[in-house]
Write a new protein. Structure first.
Ligand code: AVI
Length: 333
């Protein structure tokens, strides 16, 4: 039996393979530095939101997901629970399930239980988060084959070398697609359309347009957890790149921009000052901001159009009674 065959057999019987750990981490560190220096040199300073999720940021994000004001996590979970049988009928059982995210969530466990995938492939930018989540999954689902892939999904990713004939399904929960610009979301959906092939499908969680006050509260919680999550990006630059940001000199600022259909998060300088990252210096005017995140909100037809432009037809859209969140069942068209 060749190596490929042996690996496939062991994955079919349950097992765990980790792809892309060490080299990816080195490259990720270099990219972090490059992206931070480039982002802070722009006229509108900006930092990519994917860098929120170091260990401290991931813990803060978990806390956000439990906040009273932050409805998306709860709402998506309720939709998934309420329509689980229908979702399983839509994807079919025994598929090869590729998830963009660490696979840590309750939703993933529900899906794995209901869909019984032949192989489960979580893709995440954080190797430690992925490893920990995959270990827990192996314990809870000993017969499940798992291929955990460390990768940055803003870069093209080929379907991992699993050559089974099972239907390929991509799962992208949490409305993370909202953190991409429309162009990036289009490119991402096109990539996944290529990954799933002509018989494939995709399940994607999308935060829908709603009252701006509800959105505002979700990104400006009373406890200040979202503010801490936002500021942790500067703390991470200090820790990993030797920056000297003083966090108290920046304020969290988040608002809904109705024309662009998105929440914007910024860090605003409370006074004029200069910061250093190694040999690089960046000056801030009082009130100048670093744009740290967009979180796009879609209407159902807007998302359907976006999916269609990338080669997916919307076969299903499950929503909650208030119409705040949608889980879209897409099929290759
Ligand atoms: C991960 N992502 C979908 C979250 C969102 O709502 O855009 C990240 C987040 N930012 C602030 N709160 C939560």
């Amino acid at each position: 039996m060749g190596r490929d065959q042996r690996e496939r057999r062991s994955l079919e019987l349950g097992g765990f393979r980790f792809v892309g750990g060490a080299q990816f981490s080195e490259l990720a560190a270099l990219n972090f530095r490059k992206d931070v220096l480039a982002g802070l040199a722009r006229p509108q300073k900006s930092l990519p939101p994917k860098y929120f999720y170091d260990a401290a940021g991931s813990r803060l994000f978990e806390k956000i997901c439990r906040l009273r004001e932050y409805y998306p996590t709860r709402t998506e979970l309720a939709i998934t629970k309420g329509h689980l049988a229908d979702i399983a009928r839509f994807t079919g059982k025994g598929s090869a399930l590729l998830e963009y995210g660490s696979g840590e969530s309750l939703k993933t466990r529900l899906l794995i239980r209901a869909l019984r995938p032949s192989v489960y492939m979580p893709v995440d930018i954080s190797a430690p988060a992925l490893r920990a989540a995959a270990r827990r999954l192996v314990r809870d689902f000993p017969r499940l084959g798992i291929v955990a892939i460390t990768a940055d999904f803003s870069q093209p990713l080929a379907m991992p070398p699993y050559r089974g004939s099972a239907r390929r399904v991509v799962y992208f929960p949490g409305s993370t697609i909202g953190n991409l610009t429309h162009e990036e979301a289009h490119a991402f959906l096109k990539m996944t359309r290529g990954q799933v092939g002509p018989r494939g499908a995709m399940l994607v969680g999308v935060d829908l347009k709603k009252d701006a006050n509800v959105l505002h509260a979700a990104y400006n919680d009373a406890e200040g957890v979202t503010a801490a999550f936002n500021l942790n990006l500067l703390a991470r630059i200090n820790r990993e790149l030797g920056g000297d940001f003083e966090l108290r000199r920046f304020a969290h600022y988040a608002f809904y921009n109705p024309l662009a259909g998105r929440i914007e998060m910024h860090l605003v300088a409370r006074d004029a000052h200069v910061i250093n990252i190694g040999n690089y210096r960046f000056s801030f005017e009082r009130g100048e901001s670093i744009h740290t995140e967009n979180s796009y909100k879609y209407s159902v037809p807007e998302f359907q159009r976006l999916a269609l432009s990338a080669g997916f037809e919307t076969a299903k859209c499950w929503t909650d009674p208030r119409g705040w969140f949608g889980v879209f069942g897409l099929v290759a068209n």
